[in-house]
Ligand binder design. Structure first.
Ligand code: NAD
Ligand code: MG
Length: 355
């Protein structure tokens, strides 16, 4: 029996994880947590809000599925990594904001990190067992979101409802807006940098509207391997929870008789500046990815409230990045202070841009 602690149990990833756990006799749900929704009866140990590491201490899990949204997931990521407990990681924001911190925690525990983000699960599978010198680059695919193909001017008046209508994935609201701005791919770029220890110049992003190819790896001999499958998060969730068994899932096999459309193109960085902002913040390193993430969380929440225009999201992020200097975060308290400072600065810029 693998004892699973599920954080973010009421969300999009969380509820799909519950389905996978219920169907697998080798997985036992020992703890479940949410931010505010009730989780009574979901697991023997439950918690709503507060310090999730207290729940983890009591639960003694074999694997922690961190499916919390946002910076709030960071303490659980660090707790799990420090102890060398298997980390099934959906909460990309913790790795973006706290990449260096997570790396030192991992050096302490050296347990496996099993990515749940579909692109990173794919990349993990493509890279496993490869000598790093044979790998030229990693390619992350992006659907392009609901506004793919639109010019910048056509994005000025888009509404939260339009941004929430994602063409290929059904996800929580924050990541769905991130997909519409392409910030999601920017966060994933930083996530991939930390997960696979790849420099930014060796991680590419391409637009691939059907979301069938989840990632590709280019090797030095000219070969490129791709991971393909329907866009269904139950596949990477199951892979992470049952690794290395690769348990059976109820997902239909890929239908190759009806014609798969595998189309790729370069992202439009003028209409979707968030991707370049994230790349620059990643390359600047130190606390800049934490600032990027905090500013984005503030801007997305204000956009979802209907107050900030869509193009205000990258504007707030850019202004916040310009206003704060990169420093070294020595520990969790430093990082929390930087996150709070970035939120204050971002909120001030947001107020200047609200309708
Ligand atoms: P969601 O909004 O549907 O669910 C978020 C969950 O986190 C909820 O259970 C909520 O109660 C919980 N939560 C929020 N704040 C919390 C706090 N302070 N303490 C404890 N719990 C808290 O989000 P989601 O779409 O399931 O995404 C979760 C994470 O997975 C995000 O980091 C997202 O980027 C990542 N992810 C999601 C998908 C997807 O398909 N939904 C795909 C890839 C990666
Ligand atoms: Mg993803």
């Amino acid at each position: 029996m693998r004892r699973v602690a599920l954080l973010g149990a009421t969300g999009s990833i969380g509820t799909q994880a519950l389905e996978i756990i219920a169907a697998h006799p080798g997985l036992e749900l020992v703890a479940a947590a949410s931010g505010s929704q009730p989780v009574d009866g979901l697991a023997p140990l439950t918690q709503v809000g507060g310090d999730l590491t207290e729940l983890l201490e009591r639960a003694e899990p074999d694997v922690v599925l961190n499916a919390v949204v946002g910076f709030a997931g960071l303490p659980a990521t660090v707790w799990t990594l420090e102890r060398g407990i298997d980390l099934a990681l959906a909460n990309k924001e913790s790795l973006v904001a706290g990449g260096e911190l997570a790396r030192s925690a991992w050096e302490q525990g050296r347990g496996p990190i099993l990515p749940v983000d579909s692109e990173h699960s794919a990349a993990f599978q493509l890279l496993e067992g490869r000598a790093s010198e044979t790998v030229d680059s990693l390619v992350l695919t992006a659907s392009g979101g609901p506004f793919r193909g639109r010019a910048r001017a056509d994005l000025a008046a888009v509404t939260p409802a339009e941004a929430l209508a994602h063409p290929t994935w059904n996800m929580g609201p924050k990541i769905t807006v991130d997909s519409a701005t392409l910030m999601n791919k920017g966060l994933e770029l930083i996530e991939a940098h930390f997960l696979f220890d790849l420099p930014y110049e060796r991680i590419e992003v391409v637009i691939h509207p059907t979301s069938i190819v989840h990632a590709l790896v280019r090797f030095r001999d000219g070969a490129a391997l791709a991971h393909i499958g329907y866009p269904d998060m139950r596949v990477p969730i199951s892979y992470a929870l049952t690794y290395p068994e690769r348990a059976k899932t109820p997902i239909a096999p890929l239908d190759l008789s009806s014609g798969l459309i595998l189309e790729f193109s370069a992202p439009d960085e003028e209409a979707f500046p968030s991707l370049a902002l994230a790349r620059a913040a990643g390359e600047a390193g130190r606390t800049m990815p934490c600032v990027l993430n905090a500013a984005n969380e503030v801007a997305v929440a204000t956009f979802l409230d209907g107050r900030l225009p869509f193009l205000g999201i990258p504007e707030v992020v850019e202004r916040t990045l310009n206003a704060i200097e990169a420093v070294e975060a020595r520990d969790f308290d430093d990082l929390t202070a930087i996150d709070a400072e970035a939120r204050r600065v971002a909120s001030a810029h947001t107020r200047q841009l609200v309708h």
